[in-house]
Design a protein around this ligand. Structure first.
Ligand SMILES: Nc1ncnc2c1ncn2[C@@H]1O[C@H](COP(=O)(O)OP(=O)(O)OP(=O)(O)O)[C@@H](O)[C@H]1O
Ligand SMILES: [Mg+2]
Length: 388
């Protein structure tokens, strides 16, 4: 099953482009479902069709669904949540605090994404399109498999069989309630589901992320940060979409300066995300709602190509740790060795080669290190970072 996740800062056009992609993909015969994983749903407004938390057929080969986040939490996390609430209460927290503590950050989105695993297992669809929550949340969610597993391992470090043996004593001597068998069972199920989801999302032959930006400084910055972390967590990005560009044909003097600013930002988009393919969608005269207008957006974006294709499949960069040093590998398909100039400016690594410029937001682990040496071979730049 092919999975495409759309993400980007608030208001950039995620829901619109997810819907447009789904509509176009259904024309290619893919059994497609568009799901909205953002708790603040607007998919039904964009499609102008009433939706619920079960899939609704809206056209031939096309289904849509808005996930009920609370229901997913209840279903997946209910038993553990009940235990954690009891645990925190036993530590002197009042009920509301204990209840809040029992669902940690990222979990809501994580359980929304569990739908992907469900459809993957059921084989009902060929393509699942996910309209994600804005970048920050999605980031947390995408790194959540590891984080959540880490939490679970540390909160519930002992095996269920061991728990059986020590429970009678533990309940008498420990100053908190000891988890029941159900809780251990539930932890086991969730851990394996999370692992399953993580495997699906990191299968670069089937799952890709499409990042949407507007030609605006802060929007690009946030997408650049997300892009770095997607790479680090081994998720594939196969398309960058620049949405809401002021059309060339607009000659109104009011927009003249805006157009100059936007073309500068388009250059930045290239510097930040190349060699990932970049596509543009102009600003429409009005809001994009209803199947007809969405179809138009889809055709602008994909032209005659199948939206389910994978548009880029290599890893733009990766990190390797050796002892206390790190090597940062960057794929630079278009440049010659003699031309490369490299420097760090704050959080950014800037690579220049003739007219070509790349701009990479460094991951946090590299920020306090210094560049010791750099090599370029087979179009891969490897930079050794060591302690200062
Ligand atoms: N190319 C475009 N031209 C004109 N309007 C657009 C375009 N793309 C999106 N819009 C409009 O911008 C608004 C925001 O779009 P959308 O809801 O798709 O963004 P979003 O990223 O999903 O937002 P949120 O982060 O709030 O979920 C909508 O009113 C939509 O119709
Ligand atoms: Mg939206």
């Amino acid at each position: 099953m092919r999975t495409i996740l759309f993400t980007g800062k608030g208001g950039v056009g995620k829901t619109t482009i997810s819907a447009a992609t789904g509509i176009l993909a259904s024309y290619y015969g893919h059994r497609t479902i568009i799901i909205s994983a953002d708790a603040a749903h607007s998919l039904s407004d964009v499609l102008e069709i009433e939706l619920s938390d079960s899939p609704r057929k809206i056209a031939e080969n096309l289904y849509a669904q808005e996930i009920d986040v609370q229901k997913e939490i209840e279903k997946n996390w209910g038993i553990i949540q009940e235990y954690l609430t009891k645990f925190f209460s036993s530590q002197g927290m009042d009920n509301i605090e204990a209840d809040e503590m029992s669902v940690f950050p990222g979990l809501e989105e994580l359980f929304s994404l569990m739908q992907i695993k469900k459809y993957h297992d059921s084989n009902e669809f060929d393509l699942i399109i996910v309209d994600c929550a804005p970048t920050g949340d999605t980031l947390r969610l995408l790194s959540a498999p590891e984080i959540t597993n880490w939490y679970l391992k540390h909160i519930f470090p002992i095996q269920r069989t061991a728990a059986k043996a020590i429970r009678p004593v533990a309940n008498r001597v420990l100053p908190f309630p000891f988890p029941s068998d159900d809780v251990f069972e539930s932890v086991k199920t969730i851990t394996s589901q999370i692992q399953g989801l993580s495997d699906i999302l990191r299968d670069s032959g089937n799952s890709t992320i499409r990042l949407i930006v507007n030609p605006e400084k802060m929007v690009i910055k946030e997408a650049q940060r997300a892009f770095t972390y997607f790479n680090l967590f081994n998720y594939s990005v196969d398309l960058i979409i620049v949405n809401k560009k002021i059309p060339e044909a607009v000659k109104d003097p009011f927009f003249k300066q805006w157009k100059i600013i936007q073309s500068e930002h388009e250059k930045t988009v290239f510097e930040c995300f190349s060699p990932i393919p970049i596509r543009e969608i102009n600003l429409f005269k009005e809001e994009v709602v209803g199947i007809k207008k969405l179809e138009k957006v889809g055709k602008i974006l994909y032209k005659d190509e199948d939206p389910a294709d994978i548009f880029y499949s290599e890893k733009p960069f990766k990190i390797e740790k050796n002892g206390s040093n790190y090597t940062f590998y960057i794929n630079l398909p278009f440049v010659k060795k003699e031309e490369i100039d490299l420097y760090q400016k704050g959080e950014e690594l800037i690579i220049k080669a003739g007219k070509y410029k790349r701009n990479i937001l460094l991951p946090r682990v590299l920020l306090n290190l210094k560049i010791k040496e750099a090599k370029f071979k087979n179009h891969i730049l490897s930079i050794l970072f060591t302690r200062r």
